[in-house]
Design a binder for this molecule. Structure first.
Ligand code: LLP
Length: 438
């Protein structure tokens, strides 16, 4: 079990040091929202998201870098609408995300289609929609995009995602830029694909893309990767190829609790130093940094009990609602929103109701006494929380709520079991020619 010390990021009352960059969880207000929508629920502050976008834009404006939000972090329509209205582009990885961003009103001309395994129908949909760029990750995908573009009589704007062979020094499961990782094209293959593009008029080879991983707290790997990219651009240009755009990926980390996180202005400085003189149009694709701190997962304590030498608080949110602790050993800061008993200095293991030993959020110290009915919240749950949720144990997807200035807005209502069951009703057998039967 993970141990997390110093859990409370902000008090429910009084001075809230993180107010500008994190959602504020007022006890009385949260209790009212919980009463209205039930727990668990995710709540997001649109102001905090907007502020993060403005801060990042301001930091990147001296280096003229545009921002495409990585929709996978949180694809809620209301969030996409908010960011799109602020002028943010979108980075998508599936046909579903394409539908989402278009539904949110984001122009296709500001959409980048990333992802290692795009299907033919997803590629066709993206070309028909007129996306800004498709980031291609293999020679096979390059030829498929060319064939589909030819059949649609369109020209595909393609960037090659390269694997720079750089260790992002983050969790192994979210590191993507090392040789042997499934992502990107090997450096040695890049020039050959630029050559191939010259023979395929339906491909407009616009440039290169790189993404080395996620939740990156040490900026040195960026410097390394962007240096590799700069060398590649010079090499390609020396061979007579044009490289107009560079997509620099996402991955910038946030502080989950006590550990520090890098300043985005430092990232801007690294971009300037390594790539500033190349004359390319630059884009970044952050997900977590824009929405992570703006959200919390609010949950009710169902029971407390002793387990060996520790106390457990069993809450009504489970690993299906917040998978990051089980999957990566991540620890989300815990805030006790409302404790009936009060007190301090207590330690609890916070666990969910799912029938898996890995349904554990962490061991938290310095808490008040918890009892059934108390309200607690896992902070930094704006990114990769709702978007990674599942219905395991037949648990319905829970609501997502915007909170702002004493009001709330349900931006995704609670799913019902009836809706899930409907997918499994009225089933029929279909006949297949006997030679294909199992
Ligand atoms: N661009 C590409 C091509 C990506 O694969 C990703 C994330 C991003 C941008 C955005 O990365 P961000 O700025 O959000 O770090 N589920 C994991 C994170 C997986 C990230 C996958 N790719 C987690 O909960 O930590």
């Amino acid at each position: 079990m993970n141990k997390h010390v110093g859990t409370s990021v902000s008090g429910a009352e009084g001075e809230d040091l993180s107010k500008n960059s994190e959602i504020h969880l007022d006890a009385g207000f949260m209790a009212s929202v919980a009463g209205a929508v039930g727990t668990p629920f995710y709540c997001y502050s649109p102001e905090v998201i907007a502020r993060a976008y403005e801060e990042l834009s301001a930091a990147l404006s001296p280096v003229d870098v545009s921002i495409c939000y990585a929709v996978k972090a949180n694809g809620n329509l209301a969030i996409l609408q908010l960011l799109s209205r602020l002028g943010c582009g979108m980075d998508i990885v599936s046909g579903g995300e394409l539908e989402r961003v278009l539904e949110a009103g984001a122009p296709a001309s500001r959409v980048i289609f990333s992802g290692v395994g795009k299907s033919a129908s997803e590629i066709a949909k993206a070309l028909v929609a007129g996306v800004h760029q498709i980031n291609v990750e293999s020679p096979a995908e390059f030829h498929l995009v060319a064939d589909i573009a030819a059949s649609l009589r369109r020209r595909a704007p393609v960037a090659l995602r390269v694997n720079p062979d750089v260790d992002a020094r983050t969790h192994d499961k979210i590191s993507t830029g090392k040789k042997g990782d499934k992502f990107g094209v090997a450096l040695s293959e890049v020039a050959g694909l630029f050559e191939a593009a010259a023979a395929r008029p339906e491909i407009d080879m616009v440039g290169l893309a790189v993404h080395i991983g996620s939740q990156i707290l040490d900026l040195a790997p960026y410097r390394h990767a962007y240096g590799v990219l700069a060398d590649l651009v010079r090499d390609l240009r020396a061979k007579g190829h044009s490289v107009r755009r560079l997509d620099l990926g996402g991955g910038i980390g946030i502080a989950y609790g006590a550990q520090g996180a890098p300043e985005v202005s430092e990232l801007a400085a690294i971009i300037d130093e390594t790539l500033g003189d190349l004359g390319c149009a630059l884009t970044v694709e952050p997900g977590r940094w824009l929405v992570g701190r703006a959200g919390a997962l609010v949950t009710t304590v169902l029971y407390t009990k002793e387990a060996g030498d520790r106390m457990l608080a069993i809450v009504d949110a489970g690993m299906n609602d917040l998978m990051r602790p089980a999957l990566y050993g991540a620890v989300h800061p815990l805030e006790v929103v409302r404790s009936a008993a009060g007190g301090e200095g207590q330690s609890y293991g916070l666990v969910g109701p799912v029938c898996e030993s890995s349904d554990i959020f962490g061991l938290y110290d310095g808490l008040p006494t918890l009892s059934a009915g108390d309200l607690v919240a896992f902070r930094c749950a704006g990114a990769y929380s709702a978007s990674m949720a599942s219905t395991y144990n037949a648990r319905d997807l829970v609501p997502e709520v915007f909170v702002s200035n004493g009001r709330f807005r349900i931006v995704r209502r609670r799913q019902t079991t009836a809706e899930l069951l409907a997918l499994e009703k009225d089933t029929t057998w279909h006949d297949i020619a006997s030679s294909q039967a199992p």
